[in-house]
Design a protein around this ligand. Structure first.
Ligand SMILES: [Cu+2]
Length: 148
């Protein structure tokens, strides 16, 4: 084997190890949830905010030109929220500011991410994928406040 081939194998193995370590570090040390694709089910095409227990919500979001349905989501402080995201028409983006939530809304697919909202406040949701003439107005918000 050529000495340059050996160097290339060692270098690419080191880069691969660094990438793998970065993924594990973000997943376990920083507790950043990696969005997951889950099997498509027509039940997800109905938007909903479900409170499953005291501090846990399931939110079914449908992105469509040019809004998120539901556009306003209210959760209790300290809640863990599972977002199930799909699109009714074209590909949209779904980014919740000041969180690690950043994923795509794809027609015919369901993406899921889990996030915990500890601080009171309003978190804007923006579409970060150009989706047509009204893209710049495509926003929503998560309001973290006591719900009862
Ligand atoms: Cu858009």
């Amino acid at each position: 084997m050529n000495k340059y081939e050996i160097k290339a194998i060692i270098l690419s193995s080191a880069v691969l190890a660094i990438f793998f370590f970065a993924i594990l570090y973000n997943l376990f040390a920083r507790k950043i949830d990696v969005p997951a694709c889950i099997p498509y089910d027509a039940a997800f095409q109905q938007s909903a905010v479900k409170k499953t227990d005291d501090k846990h919500y399931e939110v079914y979001v449908i992105a469509k030109m040019w809004t998120f349905d539901p556009a306003e989501i209210v959760v209790d402080p300290g809640s863990t929220v599972d977002f199930y995201l799909s699109s009714a028409d074209v590909v949209h983006g779904f980014d919740i500011e000041n969180t690690s939530v950043n994923m795509m809304a794809v027609p015919g697919a369901i993406n899921k991410v889990t996030v915990q909202f500890n601080d009171y406040g309003t978190y804007r949701i923006v579409c970060h994928e150009y989706c047509g003439a009204g893209h710049h107005n495509m926003m929503g918000k998560v309001m973290v406040m006591p719900t009862n």
